[in-house]
Design a binder for this molecule. Structure first.
Ligand code: ADP
Ligand code: MG
Length: 396
């Protein structure tokens, strides 16, 4: 069966309220029905039967940008891109709700780069929840604007403040940052919010979950009232709804959800039999040929670090990312995994959120996720952009 996209102009009935937002204090995942970790009815071949209304050439954007998109290998817009780009070009505030891996980054970068091409003095702020995500947005941005004399600065924690401050003295059109570091730079008068007419909040749901709401509010409230605000999230909840009301003005709401969030991902559980350890079971899996690029989720920073060490001790090529590593350590681990220098990346939920890594063959939930939403985010790391993937969840 071909995968179908549902379009909804009102998203009241879309989203995650049924998944629950609560973060249980007890053992993670215990309230999630294990049946929800199983999906064996994956199509033999995932056929995209979505027909976009637009080609990239149809958007009122600069010819050089159209060329850059083609050079990047993007042939047709994804559903969220198809629906939202013209509204952003028109200057409306937008709220974009779409699954992970659906191309939200280009959905805002393409029209915003065009905005910069029309007005080289335009200054745009992008706020993202994690350093990794900010760097990733910047990489995509740079691949679009190569040779165009359009510049960006990444402002994230865990990196040299001095270097960021000196970069901010040069001309730039775009700042991509995490809330805490941005606030810091604003307070040091290195960033003047009054000069920014456009702001993007990417992964707003995670921004909220991570407790960045007050820093984000500080940033947004310092910007001009007449600004354009673009709000992106994979999920919607009452808290997110409140943020939308607070930060946007009459937004155009575009919701593009697949019928099943992770149809491309075959999902199954692995019961850990008595007398066996999760580590044994994991090692057996990792020795199989198909498990060539595996993202393993653990619950705590400490547990993730320990697991990656044990895997290395057992002779596997593994790396880890979690909040106890500094920025360059995290980037290095991520780079090695992206470039297939290691087979395995062990990660916490927070560290892995939003990461776009090509061709992950398997996601393994070594520890259960705390909520079904976290589960969906974890398995969304595989099966990206119509590729198939597999997710396995360990159950005691
Ligand atoms: P999201 O932010 O919605 O999770 P991303 O913006 O990270 O998704 O995009 C997911 C992947 O899809 C990336 O590898 C990106 O390069 C790719 N992609 C985005 N738009 C297109 C397109 N129009 N055609 C082909 N690939 C695309
Ligand atoms: Mg994204």
């Amino acid at each position: 069966m071909p995968k179908k996209y549902l379009f909804q102009s009102h998203y009241r009935n879309v989203g995650s309220s049924r998944f629950g937002q609560r973060k249980p204090m007890g053992r993670p995942g215990v309230h999630i029905d294990p049946a929800r970790f199983v999906n064996k009815a994956v199509e033999g071949e995932v056929i995209e039967n979505f027909t976009p209304e637009h080609k990239f050439q149809d958007f009122k954007i600069d010819q050089r940008l159209i060329t850059a998109i083609a050079n990047k290998g993007y042939k047709t817009p994804t559903p969220i891109q198809d629906k939202i780009i013209s509204h952003i070009i028109e200057g409306s505030d937008v709220v974009g709700i779409a699954d992970t891996g659906s191309g939200k980054t280009a959905a805002f970068l393409v029209p915003l780069i065009n905005k910069i091409m029309q007005n080289p003095r335009e200054q745009i702020l992008i706020v993202a929840p994690t350093r990794e995500l900010a760097v990733q947005i910047d990489e995509e941005f740079r691949s679009f604007v190569k040779g165009m004399r359009i510049y960006s600065v990444v402002c994230v924690g865990g990196t040299s403040m001095g270097r960021q401050m000196s970069e901010l003295r040069y001309r730039y059109n775009l700042i991509i940052g995490t809330p805490g570091r941005l606030k810091d730079l604003i307070e040091r008068k290195m960033i003047y919010l009054s000069e920014f007419n456009t702001v993007v909040l990417d992964e707003a749901d995670r921004m909220f979950d991570m407790g960045f709401i007050n820093d984000t509010r500080f940033i947004i409230n310092g910007m001009p009232r007449g600004r354009q605000t673009l709000f992106f999230s994979a999920t919607i909840s009452r808290d997110i709804e409140r943020m939308i009301g607070e930060f946007t003005k009459n937004p155009v709401r575009i919701s593009v959800k697949t019928r099943d969030t992770s149809k491309n991902v075959e999902q199954d559980v692995i019961k850990i039999d008595q007398g066996k350890t999760k580590l044994d079971v994991l090692s057996n899996l990792l020795n199989q040929k198909e498990f060539n690029k595996v993202l393993v989720f653990g619950r705590t920073k400490h547990g993730v670090e320990k697991l990656s060490k044990m895997l290395i001790y057992k002779g596997f090529r593994a790396e880890s990312i979690h909040g106890n590593k500094n920025n360059s350590q995290r980037q290095r681990a991520l780079g090695m995994f992206k470039e297939n220098q290691v087979q395995i990346l062990v990660a916490t939920d927070v560290a892995a959120r939003g990461l776009d890594i090509a061709d992950i063959s398997h996601v393994i939930n070594y520890d259960l996720p705390s909520t079904y939403e976290d589960y969906i985010h974890r398995i969304g790391r595989t099966g990206r952009y119509n590729k198939r993937g597999m997710a396995l969840t360990f159950i005691d």
